[in-house]
Design a protein around this ligand. Structure first.
Ligand code: SF4
Ligand code: SF4
Length: 341
């Protein structure tokens, strides 16, 4: 366990940035998002939920696979590889960090998604314990403890008093802390007990503390067939897709070609199961109503995914969908109602 005076954090970030590409939560005017480190920029480690989640680092919103050129009978294809220095994402909250496992189960199974893997391999995750969880947080419903190191942490950090405490949790994390060792002093894990207990006490008083997806006990087919329930839940949905784009675990994408005439690119981009032309195929669209689309989103997160992944839900309780949905339709309502009905 190491620690550094918070007043020396700019020195720490400069040192990290000299060896790695460093990203931190930054004030971008109307919202806070992870951005490339720049000295004297408005860094907002205090913000729990960045507008976009960390999935952008491993699953970018758009990503080019290959470039092509053609002339008469000749077609030239150039694959685009993921390149660059290792990067550090500093200040990742434990809910977002937990999303890596959920995404790994999709992208790292056979056949491995080589783009995703390259991003994962290059990334070093520095998590940051949540001293002040918010009313829309419910990560504990999914077994996440915001006061402890995350299983996905390469380095776990805690803010207490004048210090930031840092603990390496992986070989990557050891390497990162060794690279800045000159700035760090020894700390003691025991110094964090009071802080961890205070976080646990705050979590125990959050409004969504009793939320429990395990209360959903009906059989898959029975839940699927609850047409009245899904009709009621989905009738307000505007199909804007905001909930899926901000969600750290949503991973649907489309593959498209940009044809610029004699040259172009093949790229993938985020898609959303809430949008009417998602999954449209040559024979048509298997989900023709918003009821079916909304049902798919929540069935996937709460029923299909855990069924196929040893009970792991495809939600980390970050609460972004709770904050962003313009009509107040979100997974909390679905868990509560499915658990009760
Ligand atoms: S469904 Fe909502 S609360 Fe769950 S991970 Fe996605 S955005 Fe966060
Ligand atoms: S954010 Fe709300 S309105 Fe928009 S697609 Fe999601 S559930 Fe529907």
């Amino acid at each position: 366990m190491k620690r550094i005076l918070k007043s020396r954090l700019p020195e720490l970030w400069e040192a990290i940035n000299s060896n790695f590409d460093l990203f931190l939560p930054m004030d971008k005017g109307t919202l806070v998002n992870f951005g490339a480190y720049e000295a004297d920029k408005n860094i907002r480690l205090d913000v729990l939920k960045t507008n976009s989640s960390v999935k952008e680092f491993v699953f970018p919103q758009t990503e080019t696979y290959l470039k092509f050129k053609h002339s008469k009978k000749k077609l030239e294809l150039t694959p685009v590889a993921v390149e660059g220095r290792e990067y550090v994402v500093f200040g990742v909250r434990n809910c977002d960090a937990a999303s890596f496992k959920i995404m790994d189960n999709i992208f790292l199974r056979q056949p491995v998604d080589t783009y995703y893997k390259a991003h994962r391999d290059r990334g070093i995750i520095v998590t940051f314990a949540c001293n002040n969880p918010e009313e829309t947080c419910f990560c504990t419903a999914f077994g996440i403890d915001p006061s402890e190191a995350s299983p996905a942490s390469d380095v776990a950090t805690w803010e207490k008093g004048d210090y930031l405490y840092l603990e390496a949790k992986s070989e990557k994390g050891e390497r990162l802390l060794n690279s800045v060792a000159i700035l760090l002093e020894d700390g003691d894990i025991a110094e964090l007990e009071e802080l961890k207990n205070s976080i646990k006490a705050k979590v125990a008083n959050l409004p969504l503390k009793a939320l429990d997806p395990k209360k959903i006990t009906k059989a898959q087919q029975e839940i699927f067939d609850m047409e009245d329930f899904w009709g009621d839940i989905s009738k307000k949905c505007l199909a804007c897709g905001s909930c899926t784009f901000v969600c750290p675990t949503c991973h649907c994408y489309d593959v498209k070609d940009y044809d610029g005439g004699n040259s172009g690119e093949r790229y993938r981009c985020w898609d959303s199961c809430m949008i009417s032309d998602f999954t449209r195929m040559a024979h048509g669209n298997p989900r023709t109503s918003q009821l079916q689309r909304v049902r798919q989103r929540f069935m996937h997160k709460l029923v299909y995914y855990p069924k196929n992944h040893d009970g792991l839900y495809s939600c980390v309780g970050c609460g972004r969908c709770v904050e962003k949905c313009p009509v107040g339709l979100n997974i909390v309502r679905v868990i509560k109602r499915l658990g009760e009905e």
